[in-house]
Ligand binder design. Sequence first.
Ligand code: IMP
Length: 199
Amino acid sequence: MPRKSAKKPKAPASVEFPNGEKIRILITRERIQKRIAEMGQQIRAEFPGEPLHLVGVLKGAVFFLSDLARSIPGDVSFDMIAVSSYGKNSQSSGQVKLTRDLDSSIENRTIIVVEDILDTGLTLRYLLRIFEQRKPKQMRVAVLLDKPERRVAPVQAHYVGFKIPNEFVVGFGLDYAERYRNLPDVAVLTLPDNHAIRH
Ligand code: IMP
């Protein structure tokens, strides 16, 4: 008799936690992995033979950076930078501050800035200005998620994993008050009594 194929456990489509917060899966882990693999191939195809230096923005981009780095064949290095962002309650002050700088120079290197989500664009506008001053050879931007409806600064990414609607999402590195980063999927978060998450 043919053996039943072992099925991978599937995450439930939506979950409510004891504190009343709810998550609803928007992008499954399988779709994320497939898309990152495609992005890695696309990036390498555009820069054949070129050493690529990935610059990840902590902490949200940590899983995207690690998966993207492994999906680009050939000569790849990476570094991390950190900026202060939404703080504990997901409210954006619109102000960005560098809290951890890069370890190595980006001068005359081809860099790919790797960010979790492009939302208002204020963070990336700030970072791209800093990086420009450091005179990289070429610079590109890769984001896992793009929320075009929320854009304030006219920033565009060269590589976009998924365009998403204007909803607050968590998982795959993205947090709400530092929680939910470890979810392997990207999910929409709603608060108890449908309180809005202002961001
Ligand atoms: P921006 O400066 O408004 O483009 O936002 C960039 C940062 O805001 C991202 O790196 C995230 O840390 C955070 N952010 C924006 N939208 C969301 C969201 O839907 N969920 C979690 N964090 C978000």
